[in-house]
Design a protein around this ligand. Structure first.
Ligand SMILES: [Zn+2]
Length: 158
């Protein structure tokens, strides 16, 4: 039996940022306050350098929080008309499509093995891969369709 001897450090961090939001469709302007949250983990093997481990976990958490902050504002929808930056949405969509294509090719291969003796193997494997692709795409799509978490709009008085 193998036992890990050491300590595991976890840290949470929040990063807050305010930025001017201007809708590209209806022209709505607001101050957007974005709170990003991040988590970090680090290990100290044999309990050596525990302070350094804690510090590494903190740094990782703070880095993740800042990264989440940037992503949240880029994908935030206009609170008035629901507009989102098409460039950002396009980038997320292209990435999702690429992921789905590769995963469905893999799914086709996995479905092919037990079905290959059947006459309808290509159709069945393609059907399974297509179904899988649809499910994966629906999950990934949530990234740019659900309301960005942690973004609060404070309207500017005209
Ligand atoms: Zn708008």
């Amino acid at each position: 039996m193998w036992v890990y001897v050491g300590a595991k450090h976890t840290a949470q961090a929040a990063s807050e940022q305010t930025q001017l939001f201007r809708c590209g469709s209806c022209g709505y302007r607001a101050v957007a306050r974005i709170v990003g949250r991040g988590q970090g983990t680090a290990h100290s093997p044999y309990f050596i350098n525990q302070a350094e481990g804690r510090e590494r976990a903190r740094r990782e958490a703070s880095f993740a929080a800042k990264k989440n902050t940037r992503g949240a504002l880029a994908l935030a929808a206009c609170p008035t008309c629901g507009w989102r930056d098409p460039d950002t949405v396009g980038r997320y969509r292209r990435h999702a499509i690429k992921t789905v294509v590769w995963l469905s090719l893999a799914a086709f291969g996995v479905a092919w093995v037990p079905l290959r003796a059947q006459t309808w193997a290509p159709a069945l494997a393609a059907g399974a891969a297509l179904l899988f692709a649809l499910v994966v795409y629906r999950v990934l799509r949530r990234e740019w369709t659900i309301t960005a978490k942690g973004v609060v709009f404070e309207s500017i008085p005209p």
